[in-house]
Design a protein around this ligand. Structure first.
Ligand code: AMP
Length: 198
């Protein structure tokens, strides 16, 4: 099994960078940032000050939480890097994702667009390859992620993905349930997967 941190200390958040998102989602991101900080956990994220990502980072920082932003140089202006928190500036999206992976012990997915999707798919495809066994928690208001789960199930039904893959994440409907789900760790049924026959 690949990267399997002994203890949960840093949590990476993948979520949308749009300020036009449903205000309930923006509020949920802020609540999550606070909850993480209050649990003594570090927030690792994309480094921007916009959308759900900015809301979560500002809220975590405001209540004294540790925050690490990882931002590619070409996005510093566009995603309005949040100057108040610690940053690492990288030169590519690939480097950014590699650092997310190395600096984090668990992942949270909140509503997001195509950038969030890309990050989630890489994280879960790496899970399918047993490159890590870190907890992955989807915050799923209004069944936001239902179509993605249905697509995953479609690939399982077609015998292109092992059934155990569907245990690679936890789904929660409320922000209060996110940190407990992270602390509970990954679902036991999900590992290892590389040997599973499809
Ligand atoms: P979005 O969900 O599209 O608002 O994007 C959320 C975050 O994902 C933003 O910080 C984007 O910069 C980032 N992002 C977009 N595309 C990629 C990618 N290919 N690799 C890594 N991060 C990405």
């Amino acid at each position: 099994m690949g990267r399997t941190p002994a203890k949960l200390d840093s949590v990476c958040l993948f979520c949308g960078s749009s300020d036009a998102a449903d205000p309930r989602y923006l509020r949920a991101a802020a609540e999550f940032g606070q909850a993480l900080a209050r649990a003594g956990l570090r927030l690792v994220y994309g480094g921007g000050g916009v959308g759900l990502m900015g809301a979560a980072a500002r809220a975590a920082h405001e209540v004294g939480g540790r925050v690490l932003g990882i931002i590619p140089d070409f996005l510093i202006g566009k995603e309005r890097a949040l100057e108040t928190v610690e940053h690492v500036v990288v030169t590519s999206m690939h480097q950014r994702k590699q650092l997310f992976f190395e600096e984090s012990d668990g992942f949270v997915i909140m509503p997001g667009g195509v950038g969030t999707l890309e990050e989630v798919i890489e994280l879960l495809s790496w899970r399918r390859l047993d490159l890590h066994a870190m907890p992955v928690v989807f915050y799923n208001p209004d069944n936001f992620w239902g179509p993605l789960f249905a697509l995953f199930q479609h690939t399982v039904d077609a015998k292109l993905t092992p059934p155990a893959f569907m245990d690679a994440w936890t789904v929660v409907d409320t922000v209060e349930d996110i940190v407990p789900a992270l602390l509970a760790g990954p679902k036991a049924g999900a590992s290892p997967m590389l040997t599973s026959v499809t």
